[in-house]
Design a binder for this molecule. Structure first.
Ligand code: MUC
Ligand code: MG
Length: 375
């Protein structure tokens, strides 16, 4: 058998999956996840699946779901079908040379290629990535009922029923002072029992952040994610020197160079990894290496993927030597329905990477057809 792999056919499908509970972020409220499902088929008929997810439109980041599909169908697929690749590194590198940016589109294709290779070789993606450094990845949960009392109730339930010990809160849902009071109330309710990450999604300027940081620190918030606009490294470095809370970089990380800049300028003490934002598992792993070399902590982020994309991230996060802040791989828990037969739902506060070949999840084609019809 010749070494490497090639793809005979690539197809994409747009799907929307409603959330069980809306999530409000600084740019608006999301009630559904937008997804592009990718299928790669080799000459033997072996199939690999991948997905790209977008949160509502080009709001969180620059890509829209329509742009993801066009990028794959028109600008990537024609150049990677019936081409022999030595392996996944060459494949991923080729995608990055074909288009600028378009990270979610590249990530979906690379994910599907990992799945395909895993099925061809009867090997799990975690083993293609070098094997596990941990057999379980901790999972945080985002509280977003819309009220302080509702969030506290839901947090208590999440701790008791699923063992979460880390919660994420979003800022940007209403009047700043009221919202601050809600966040302080929730943080105080869980002080000493759960870690709280507050994600601002670039919603503040430096003056606002300098005003609120002492209050949040006093309330027991542990980490602040992306408080300032993505390029304001100087402002973030100033915040970092004024506080003992961890600052997690998220939207600031668009590639290796920006990760290096975040590290060089001291703009964060931790980074959130997101293969869908980074251009795939291999790109996220490189970001993790640069961050680790700079002494930054690692957090296993999510782009609210279904169980398919969650499995991909889980294989990567399980294989990393360091993952100090655990993960937020709660996407499947947030979705009303899923595209795999056995959903990846956290138990005892964590998730274990599936063991089967490839990504280790089986696509539910009936559900895919239903969702396609509704999208
Ligand atoms: C983000 O900015 O982190 C992922 C989890 C969550 O609560 O929001 C998203 C996006
Ligand atoms: Mg974030």
């Amino acid at each position: 058998m010749p070494s490497g792999f090639s793809i005979e056919n690539i197809s994409t499908q747009r799907l929307d999956i409603p959330f069980s509970q809306p999530i409000r972020m600084s740019f608006g409220e999301l009630d559904r996840l937008n997804l592009v499902l990718v299928r790669l088929t080799d000459v033997q008929g072996v199939v690999g699946y991948g997905e790209a997810t977008i949160m509502g439109g080009p709001y969180w980041g620059p890509e829209s779901i329509e742009a993801v599909q066009v990028a794959i169908d028109r600008y990537l697929a024609p150049h990677i079908t019936n081409v022999r690749f030595a392996g996944i590194e060459e494949f991923s590198h080729r995608l990055a040379r074909l288009v600028r940016g378009n990270a979610a589109a590249r990530s979906a294709l690379e994910m599907a290629a990992f799945d395909l290779l895993g099925h061809q070789q009867q090997m799990s993606v975690k083993n293609l990535l070098g094997g596990c450094c941990r057999d379980r990845v901790e999972v945080a949960w985002t509280l977003s009922t819309g009220s302080e009392a509702g969030d506290i109730l839901e947090g208590e339930h999440a701790m008791l029923s699923r063992g979460h010990r880390r919660f994420k809160l979003k800022f940007g849902q209403g009047k700043a002072d009221e919202e601050l009071a809600r966040i302080v109330g929730i943080a105080e309710a869980f002080r000493g029992r759960a870690t709280i990450i507050l994600d601002i999604n670039q919603g503040w300027d430096l003056t606002t952040a300098l005003r609120y940081f002492p209050v949040l620190e006093e309330a027991g918030i542990d980490c602040i994610e992306q408080p300032l606009p993505m390029t304001d490294h100087q402002g973030a470095a100033r915040l970092r020197s004024s506080s003992t809370m961890d600052i997690i970089a998220d939207e600031s990380l668009v590639d290796l160079r920006s990760t290096f800049e975040v590290a060089r300028t001291g703009a964060a003490s931790a980074v959130s990894l997101k293969p869908n934002r980074d251009g795939g598992l291999l790109a996220s792993r490189r970001i993790a290496c640069v961050a680790a070399a700079a002494g930054l902590k690692l957090y296993g982020g999510t782009s609210l993927e279904s169980s398919l994309g969650t499995a991909a991230s889980l294989h990567l996060y399980s294989s990393l030597p360091e993952l100090q802040l655990g993960s937020e791989l709660f996407g499947p828990l947030r979705l009303q329905t899923d595209i795999v037969k056995e959903r990846l739902l956290p138990r005892n506060g964590g998730l274990k990477a599936p063991c089967g070949p490839g990504l280790g999840v089986v696509i539910d084609e009936d559900m895919v057809r239903t969702l396609r019809f509704q999208s």
